[in-house]
Structure formats: C-alpha cells, structure tokens
Design a protein around this ligand. Structure first.
Ligand code: PLP
Length: 401
C-alpha cells in the first residue's frame, strides 16, 4: 500500500501478513509439471447430482434474494444430516448458512468478540482463523501443540487452561486440526466443555474435517454431542471438504437456541446470504452425498498410507501420522533455511509443491504440510520425486529428530 494511504487504513488490517501458502503456490501455479500438494482441497469434481441440482435451480430462475440465513429446506437437511451422522437433535432454526467455513468463522467471532477480547487457539493453526480474530478486534493467544519425537502430537489441556485470563472470551478448537492432523480425545473435549461452562467461556468448534478420520474410527465426535442447546458453543462447518465444493463457497454455523435472530442479522449484514441455486445444490449434497464422503475417505486413507510409509522409511524425516484431516505434517532435517525457504527449495528441486509450516504461525516454523486428498497414483508420484532427493540430505540420528 502506498505510504501516503497507510495512516488511513484500519489499524486492525494494516499489519495482516501475506498467506504463505499462496506465496509458494503463486511461484508455480501455471507449471503443469508440478505435483501440487500445497492447497487444502480434494482433487475430485463435485459429484454430478450436486452440480445438476445447481443447474436445474438456475434454469428454474432461483436467482433472487432469499432467506439470508438459509432456505428452510437446507436448514432441515442440515438438521437431518447431524442426526444421521452424530445422533444429535439440532433444531433447523439453529443453523445459519454461510459463505463457506471461512465466513462461518467470521460470523462466529463477530457474534462474541468485543475489542481486546482474547481467543485462545492451539497452534500451529489455520491462519485465516487468527486473522478473523484480529479483524474483529480480538487478540489471538496461541498455545503450542507438543510435537514428540515418536511422531505424536498432543495438546496439554492444563497449559491451555492456564492461558485463560479475565480478557479471554473463547477457545477456538479445530479438531481434527489443520495443519497438524491432531484430533482432540473425547475425554479432553468433555474436560474442555466443563471448564468453559464453569468459566463462562465460549467454545468455537471448527469441525470442517470431522469426517476425515482414518482406520474406521470416524466421524470425529462433535461438541454438539456433548453440549446442550444453551451452552456457549458455536460450531462452524463447510460443504467444501466433504463434497469437493471449495469453489461453491457454502458452509454453516450452529448457534445456541436464542441466538438465531442475531445470526440472521449477521447473515443479512455480512453477505445477505448464499446464492439460492448454490443452497439448492448444498441440500442435494446433504441428502444424497453420504456415499461420496465414504469414497473420498477411502481414497485419502490410501494416499495417506502411501505417503506415511514412504516418508517414515527415511531417517532424515519426522512425520506425524495424521489422526484426521487430509494433511500430513512433517519435518525434514538437513534442509537449510526457514520453512518457507525449504518449501521453495523442494518446489525448485523436486517439483513437488508443499505448504510451509510457518504459514500456520511461528509454532509451525520447523515443518512442512502436504495435502493428501489426492489420487493414490499422485501420492506415489510425489514420493518418487521426494524420496531420492531427501536421501541425498544428511542422515540424522533418531534421538536428534
Ligand atoms: C480449519 C479450517 N476451517 C475452515 C476452513 C474454511 O473452508 P471454506 O471457507 O473453504 O469452506 C478451512 C479451509 O481450508 C480450514 O482448513
């Protein structure tokens, strides 16, 4: 921004950093020889019944303003979907349809934050959530995950609770977590709920990856199963990941009973709602798309297993086998520089595009992230490029990894 304009921009947005995943992707976006594992999205097309529903709705003239918080049909389908997968009753009125999971988090934070309120976030974390807190006038408080040399990632709840101050308003929990693949154990979810109840804190639960759990252990539990409808709980979710709809920009927030009107207003004044023909397609995704989710998870599991087996055989790589999501977080020993420089080096030398860990905060600096929502054949190809290259780097003793 020109210096002359700087004093006039909002102090909340002036210092927003660039998204480092985009920084790497922009270096080779148009190079078809690159295996692109940087962005977090599946590589399949949106299923045909979903696409067809949007086309039919467009042709039927469903192109005008509608209910800004979501059509009654879609909100009913969301309620049915939660009953089917998590065995919970969530009244249709508690759902607010949003422009993707992104706008769901925006509305959640707008609903609860006053200037200077703190939001505690296990980190490394999805960068957009942090920036939303800042845009809403809040303050991010990062609590670092613990990375263990045996490849486990844990979150110490006592450390999380110790970060709470009188300014704390909410804990933002993204489980399964982007970028680490960590999943919050059920017992910890209960402890967190009890703690937040006692202290009057909000839980903002970003559950966009809750189907992406492997070895037959999914779906991940939802805070909706543990809380009642008057708890201070906001759950955010998206159509993007389950049904390969990242470009459609549709998601949802679940709010407590009694906050529906506030959320309807937030929808109205933020975006005036999601396009009605997109909402029609989303309803079809919920009503007919369970098999597609199963298909995607099987594919992700196959790709995850290929990458985990290939990389864990190397003695200069530490991998953290993901318990959920479709991301593999790993550390390459012997590559010099920052994680951004390492990602750029891998791109240049192997033509594999990965995300730098620093994109997810300073707690991710040592690491790299791969998205494995890809064809297993592409996972093999990525390994065929990475493994010979990584073998040329100096080996590291197990204890030093
Ligand atoms: C943790 C997390 N939450 C929310 C989102 C938002 O998804 P979208 O806005 O594409 O629906 C993402 C996207 O990558 C994510 O990783």
């Amino acid at each position: 921004m020109p210096a002359a304009l700087q004093p006039f921009s909002s102090s909340r947005v002036r210092d927003m950093p660039d998204n480092q995943i985009v920084t790497v992707a922009d270096m080779a976006r148009h190079d078809d020889s690159v295996v692109r594992l940087w962005i977090g999205e599946g590589d399949l097309a949106t299923p045909a019944p979903i696409r067809d529903a949007a086309i039919a709705a467009l042709e039927a003239g469903d192109t005008r303003y509608g209910y800004s918080q979501g059509t009654p049909g879609l909100r009913q389908a969301l309620s049915d979907y939660h009953r089917r997968h998590w065995d919970v009753e969530v009244a249709p009125e508690r759902f607010c349809v949003s422009i993707g999971g992104m706008n769901a988090v925006v509305m959640a934070m707008q609903a609860i934050l006053d200037e200077g309120d703190e939001v505690i976030m296990p980190s490394p974390a999805w960068p957009n959530a942090k920036q939303v807190v800042a845009i809403c006038g809040g303050v991010n408080v990062a609590v670092a995950f613990e990375f263990h040399t045996d490849g486990a990632i844990t979150l110490d709840l006592d450390t999380l609770f110790a970060a709470v101050t009188e300014r704390t308003r909410a804990l933002f929990i993204n489980s399964p977590s982007n970028p680490t693949g960590w999943r919050m154990p059920l017992a910890d979810m209960r402890r967190l709920r009890d703690f937040c109840r006692k202290r009057g804190l909000w839980i903002v639960a970003d559950e966009v990856y809750n189907h992406f759990v492997y070895d037959g252990q999914g779906p991940a539990p939802s805070f909706l199963q543990l809380c009642d409808d008057t708890d201070r709980l906001l759950v955010t979710n998206t159509f993007s990941k389950n049904w390969c709809m990242t470009g459609w920009r549709a998601g949802w927030v679940v709010c407590p009973s009694g906050m529906e009107t506030l959320f309807a207003r937030l929808c109205q004044y933020n975006t005036t709602g999601v396009a009605p023909f997109v909402q029609r397609a989303c309803q079809v995704a919920l009503e007919t798309g369970d098999d597609f989710i199963v298909h995607q998870i099987a594919r992700c599991q196959a790709s995850r297993d290929i990458l985990v087996q290939g990389l864990e055989a190397l003695d200069n790589v530490t991998i953290f086998t993901p318990q959920g999501t479709f991301y593999l977080f790993f550390k390459v020993h012997g590559l010099p520089g920052t994680s951004l420089e390492r990602a750029v080096q891998l791109l240049r030398d192997t033509k594999v595009g990965v995300a730098p860990g620093s994109a997810f905060g300073p707690e991710g600096e040592d690491y790299l992230r791969i998205c494995f929502a890809i064809d297993p054949a592409l996972a093999e190809e990525a390994l065929a490029r990475l493994v010979p290259y990584l073998r040329t780097l100096p080996a590291v003793a197990a204890a030093a990894r």
